[in-house]
Design a protein around this ligand. Structure first.
Ligand code: ZN
Length: 347
């Protein structure tokens, strides 16, 4: 982010029934399975030149914090235990529904995981008793598994003790997941807001359909990078605003090859040109000639991260440079390399 030092953490949901089931099928520990996929994910991010993430945190390393937070919520009247299961008491948190803009009445109609043990059907699970299940953990509440929502709050509030600035995710996580995180988080630290900004991306569709394991139409980042040049894929993905639904069509990706070639060739020529004309006088008019595109690039990024528009400005700049290299200098090259680095494109 421009002018801000950021700490960006990503959680790894390794405490999950799907992970446990697959590990059991393969006859290995769930930790080993999760580690294998985590490493694959990190390698793919590196190949894709996504280098802004400072740390990855696995939920399984936060079981003590999960226990501590649940205990705290129970003691402060925000949670209750019934037959080993522990639920968050939504009636103790009046802001529940604010993020997803739902009234208590609407929330009542949208029953999720109905359970006769719940005092109020809007309540959500913090801890599920797991007696007799192969994957369970010991806690002061008995043997069981944490609910998904509390895993994230345990991680984020361990790292950012007093709350934090930005929480991201796709729109399908707003309810119930992020709504639940707010209820737990704010009840736990007695602070509002515990997250200042929620940033939600649109969904990624593949050939017009939601990517889902049951439909079998999932492309992992690794598979995608095996098929396409990282920059070509990236330009394609950056061509839509982050809040829009993105319908990825395999045949559309190659349309971005031309732009990538143009960028690479122009940077190469510009580099040569700058080296050959190093002793030339610095021509300040040159920068002014391109300033419009440079300003549009940064202006677009500052306007709710309008990357498609920033990308347009970059392409305009590249075309302008490509057409006329008279008097170009090191400053311009540096500026261009900085812009490419911001978008994570190779230069
Ligand atoms: Zn989360």
């Amino acid at each position: 982010m421009k002018g801000f030092v950021t700490i960006f953490i990503v959680n790894i949901t390794d405490l999950d029934d799907k992970v446990f089931e697959k590990a059991e099928m393969e006859g290995i520990n769930f930790e080993d399975l999760a580690e294998r996929y985590t490493q694959e994910f990190i390698t793919s991010l590196e190949r894709f030149r996504i280098n802004s993430i400072n740390a990855f945190h696995k939920a399984s390393n936060y079981l003590n914090e999960i226990e501590y937070q649940i205990d705290h919520l129970i003691k402060n009247g925000h949670a209750y235990q019934v037959d080993g299961d522990i639920f968050f008491d939504v009636s103790s948190f009046p802001d529940y529904g604010l993020l997803s803009n739902q009234t208590p009445c609407e929330l009542m109609l949208r029953r999720l995981n109905p359970d006769p043990k719940k005092r109020d059907q809007r309540d959500f699970l913090l801890w599920r008793s797991g007696i007799g299940k192969p994957q369970y953990f010991k806690s002061k509440f008995g043997i069981g598994q944490p609910g998904w929502h509390i895993e994230d709050t345990a991680i984020s509030l361990s790292v950012f003790r007093g709350g934090y600035d930005i929480h991201g995710g796709a729109v399908d996580l707003i309810f119930p997941h992020h709504e639940a995180e707010i209820a737990q988080g704010e009840s736990f630290i007695s602070q509002h807001p515990f997250v200042k900004y929620w940033i939600h991306t649109g969904l990624l569709l593949l050939e017009g359909e939601k990517m889902s394991k049951s439909l079998g139409n999932i492309i992992s980042l690794k598979d995608a990078l095996d098929q396409w040049d990282p920059d070509v894929l990236k330009l394609c993905l950056l061509s839509r605003h982050y809040r829009e639904t993105f319908n990825l069509r395999r045949n559309d990706i190659k349309d971005f090859e031309g732009q990538v070639t143009l960028i690479r060739n122009t940077v190469k020529r510009l580099r040569k040109r700058v080296i050959n004309s190093r002793r030339d006088h610095n021509n300040s008019n040159v920068q002014t000639r391109f300033q419009n595109h440079i300003s549009n690039f940064y202006g677009s990024l500052e306007n709710d991260l309008d990357i498609p528009k920033a990308l347009n400005a970059l392409i305009f700049l590249i075309r302008a440079v490509d057409k006329d290299m008279v008097g170009v200098n090191q400053d311009l090259l540096n500026e261009l390399l900085k812009m490419l680095a911001i978008l994570g494109l190779e230069a």
